[in-house]
Design a protein around this ligand. Structure first.
Ligand code: GDD
Ligand code: MG
Length: 363
């Protein structure tokens, strides 16, 4: 089976992390974001994965070669010379997607969920129409594509991308399965699947919805990345609790704590709920961590207090420092001892020696 992942551009909304690392390689719960998707695709029987990219970073090529072997999938980079939007990349990869009559998956690269891909495929094959969109419900639908079904039907009546006025709270989860016939609707030019393809498919009664059970999040921006981390850890706590730090481990407070085996945690810490500690991280004594992610190689000195924050690779948080308010440190950032940071987005290699009391970007 085939799949295409829309990897897209520079991940600007996840800066400063994406200044160093392409978005798909940023670790979500200690594994590159895209690995969650490749693994789910492989488990659903996919053997051919197309990565639709605007550029082809060397880091990505070498890391993905490893996954090809590990998951027994063939990964092809489909590189655009200009951004082709969310539909154009399907036309560019036509040779692979249309090489046989079987349906293929399309995934936005920044969504995290349980990936019910086998069920999605079964449902899609049963109704026989051109496409199926995985849908979920959210409280704030305005930043997503919104779906209205026909009465008592899974057929989609209307698809409205980012509606200005409330239409419905059922949204496009960014995961699809299509028959190759969809390719006849898409020309090789910048095209939005949400604005230019789905509305026509809905009008032709060719588009169904399949409701996602369980958690879902678009983790393409820091605030949602942290929320998605909480949802994911709660899910892991239910279905694979052994992979989390044991709730009776002295430092665990409130559960949902994921610690890489190579990380070191000092004495008298209070960690959790909802914390991810990456490989090689060093946490000092008496540290308080909640709802935060410490990426590989970072270190947190004694008595620091961190909440709602992503600490970038190899960054250092000083003694008694306090970070909160959706702060994001790029890689190799230093926050000096006793400094307070509230909502700081701090570019790589910066050293912060005075307080940041209001959310701002530090360049
Ligand atoms: N190859 C390629 N080329 N990929 C692209 C391009 C492009 O020109 N533009 C965007 N993408 C990729 C992004 O990297 C992402 O994986 C996906 O397409 C969707 O783009 P986003 O920029 O993340 O869109 P969004 O989050 O605002 O909205 C989309 O996702 C929502 C769910 O998270 C839409 O599909 C919404 O309808 C949906 O609800
Ligand atoms: Mg997105």
């Amino acid at each position: 089976m085939k799949a295409l992942i829309l990897v897209g551009g520079f991940g600007t909304r996840l800066r400063p992390l994406t200044l160093t690392m392409p978005k798909p390689l940023v670790e979500f719960a200690n594994r590159p974001m895209i690995l969650h998707q490749i693994e789910a695709l492989a488990q659903a029987g996919v053997t051919d994965v197309v990565l639709a990219v605007n550029y082809k970073p060397e880091a990505m090529v070498s890391i993905l070669e490893k996954y090809e072997e590990q998951y027994n999938v063939k990964i092809t980079f489909s590189v655009e010379t200009e951004p082709l939007g969310t539909a154009g990349p399907l036309a560019l990869a036509r040779d692979i997607l249309a090489k046989d009559d079987s349906p293929f998956f399309v995934l936005n690269s920044d969504v995290i969920c349980e990936f019910p891909l086998r069920e999605l495929k079964k449902f899609h094959e049963a109704h026989g129409c051109e496409g199926t969109i995985l849908v979920t419900k959210v409280e704030e639908p305005s930043k997503y594509g919104v779906i209205v079904n026909k009465a008592d039907s899974t057929l989609i009546d209307r698809f409205v991308e980012k509606p200005a006025e409330f239409v419905s709270n059922k949204i496009n989860a960014g995961i699809y399965i299509f028959n190759p016939a969809i390719l006849d609707r898409i020309e090789l030019r910048p095209t939005s699947i949400e604005n230019e393809v789905f509305p026509h498919m809905a009008a032709d009664h060719q588009l169904h919805s399949f409701t996602l059970d369980g958690f879902w999040m678009d983790v393409g921006q820091p605030k949602d990345f942290l929320t998605g981390t909480c949802l994911y850890l709660s899910h892991v706590a239910k279905c694979n609790p052994g992979s989390l730090a044991h709730p009776n481990a002295g430092y665990v407070h409130g559960g949902n704590v994921l610690v890489d085996p190579t990380a070191k945690v000092g004495k008298d810490c209070r960690i959790g709920p909802n914390v991810v500690i990456g490989p090689g991280v060093v946490v000092g004594d008496g540290v308080r961590l909640q709802r935060c992610v410490l990426l590989e190689g970072s270190s947190v000195k004694d008595f620091a207090w961190i909440k709602n924050t992503i600490v970038g690779w190899h960054s250092t948080v000083g003694r008694w420092a306090r970070l909160e308010g959706t702060s994001v440190l790029g890689d190799y950032v230093t926050v000096k001892d006793e400094v307070y940071v509230n909502g700081g987005s701090i570019l790589p290699h910066k050293s912060i020696s005075s307080n940041i009391t209001e959310p701002q970007i530090i360049m």
